[in-house]
Design a protein around this ligand. Structure first.
Ligand code: AN7
Length: 347
C-alpha cells in the first residue's frame, strides 16, 4: 500500500497531502542462514533493493515529493551519487513534474544513470565531486524555487524512519546491532529516530547499538574530519562532507555504537559472499556493513548469538560493471550434449 498509507499515523500527512505512491517499502527482511552460522550471530539483511527504484531512497522521497506538491512546488532538484536521482526522477515521472539531477561526472554507476534518463529527468553532470554538486543544487533550489529533495529536506529523513518501524514490526523487537553504510549520513540518523519513536510508543523495549560503516577512502565520520577528495569503488558513498554528520555522530554516541571503515577489497569480497552465500545481490555500498562485521569478527570484537540487522541499501543490478570485475566469464560450449555432460560430471 506504500509508505504514506501504511504509516499515515506516524507521518506528517493530512487530507491535503497528495496520494503519492509507487508501492515503496515493505521490503524483505531476509535471514542469512549460512552467513549467520559463519559469524556466529543471527544476521538479517533488509533488502532495500526491492523498492520501486531499487534503493532505500524511495521511503523518504515519496514523502518529500508529496509535501513539495502540497506546498505548491512544481519541480524537483537534487544532487546525487546515483540513487537519490533515480528515486527523485521516478516520483517526478509519476506526478508529471520536471526533475533536475546533478551528478558527479563519470562517477555514477551505469544502472542509476540509465534510470534517471529513462524516467525523464534532466540529468546534469557536474565536473566535480558529490559534495560540490550538492552545494550547486542547494543554490539552484534557492534561486529557482525548485523543491530540494536531498536529505537536507527534513521529510526525506522522516519517511526513511519507516525502515526501522518495518524491522521492529517483523522481528517483534529491535535488533541488538543495527549495521548500516554511511555516506551523507541521513539514513543512520533516520533509523535511530525511527527506533526511538517506536521505543517511546512502547512498541519495542530496547534500542539497538548503531554501527555505521564507511569506505576507507571516504571515511569522514570514522576519522572525524571532512575528506576533501573521497575515493571508493562504492560510488554511492563517495562523499567527503556529510550534511547529516552531526545527527549520525549523535546516533552512534547515544546508542553506544561505533563507526568503522573497510577497504574497497573488503567491500568487494563481502559483496561476493552476500551473493554466493546469501542469495542476495546488493550494490557495493550496501555490502560495507557485511565487510565491517566480518572485520569485527576477525578482530574478535563481534559478540556471539546476538541479532544483527544490516541494511542492504541498493540493488546489485544497478552496478553490473563493478560486479563483473570480480567474477569469471560463462563457460562457452558448442550445441552438443556431450560437451555439456563433461561439465555436469566434472565436479
Ligand atoms: C546504496 O544517492 O547519497 O548515509 O545521492 O545510495 O543516508 O547518505 C546515496 C547514498 C548507502 C548512504 N547506500 O546513505 C545519493 C546518496 C546506498 C546509497 C548510501 C547511499 P546516507
Amino acid at each position: 500500500m506504500g509508505v504514506l498509507k501504511h504509516y499515515k499515523n506516524l507521518l506528517p500527512v493530512n487530507q491535503n497531502t497528495p496520494d503519492v505512491n509507487l508501492e515503496e517499502g515493505n521490503t524483505p527482511l531476509i535471514y542469512l542462514k549460512r552467513i549467520s552460522e559463519k559469524l556466529n550471530i543471527n544476521l538479517y539483511g533488509k533488502f532495500e533493493g526491492c523498492n520501486p527504484s531499487g534503493s532505500f531512497k524511495d521511503r523518504g522521497m515519496v514523502l518529500a515529493v508529496a509535501k513539495a506538491l502540497e506546498e505548491g512546488k512544481r519541480a524537483l532538484i537534487c544532487a546525487s551519487t546515483g540513487n537519490t536521482s533515480a528515486s527523485a526522477a521516478a516520483y517526478a515521472a509519476s506526478q508529471g513534474i520536471p526533475c533536475f539531477v546533478l551528478l558527479p561526472a563519470g562517477k555514477v554507476a551505469l544502472g542509476k544513470l540509465a534510470q534517471a534518463l529513462m524516467y525523464g529527468a534532466k540529468v546534469i553532470a557536474v565536473k566535480g565531486n558529490f559534495d560540490r554538486a550538492l552545494e550547486l543544487a542547494r543554490e539552484g533550489a534557492e534561486k529557482s524555487g525548485c523543491a530540494m529533495v536531498n536529505s537536507v529536506n527534513p521529510y526525506r529523513l522522516i519517511g526513511q524512519r519507516s525502515g526501522a518501524w518495518e524491522i521492529c514490526d517483523v522481528l517483534g523487537k529491535a535488533p541488538d546491532i543495527h549495521a548500516i553504510p554511511v555516506g551523507n549520513a541521513g539514513n543512520i540518523s533516520a533509523y535511530w529516530a525511527g527506533y526511538n519513536e517506536y521505543f517511546k510508543l512502547n512498541k519495542i523495549n530496547s534500542l539497538p547499538k548503531m554501527f555505521g560503516f564507511q569506505a576507507e577512502g571516504a571515511a569522514p565520520l570514522v576519522n572525524n574530519l571532512p575528506c576533501p577528495n573521497p575515493e571508493t569503488i562504492a560510488t554511492a558513498i563517495r562523499i567527503g562532507n556529510p550534511v547529516s554528520a552531526h545527527l549520525a555522530k549523535a546516533a552512534v554516541k547515544e546508542s553506544g555504537g561505533e563507526f568503522n571503515s573497510v577497504s574497497d577489497q573488503e567491500i568487494l569480497s563481502a559483496q561476493k559472499i552476500l551473493a554466493s552465500e546469501g542469495g542476495v545481490f546488493a550494490e557495493p555500498a550496501s555490502c560495507v556493513p557485511l565487510a565491517g562485521l566480518i572485520k569485527l569478527k576477525n578482530l574478535n570484537r563481534l559478540p556471539e548469538n546476538i541479532t544483527v540487522v544490516m541494511i542492504l541499501t541498493g540493488n546489485g543490478l544497478k552496478d553490473p560493471d563493478t560486479a563483473m570485475t570480480q567474477v569469471g566469464r560463462p563457460i562457452e560450449i558448442d550445441d552438443n550434449p556431450e560437451e555439456l555432460l563433461k561439465i555436469l560430471c566434472s565436479d
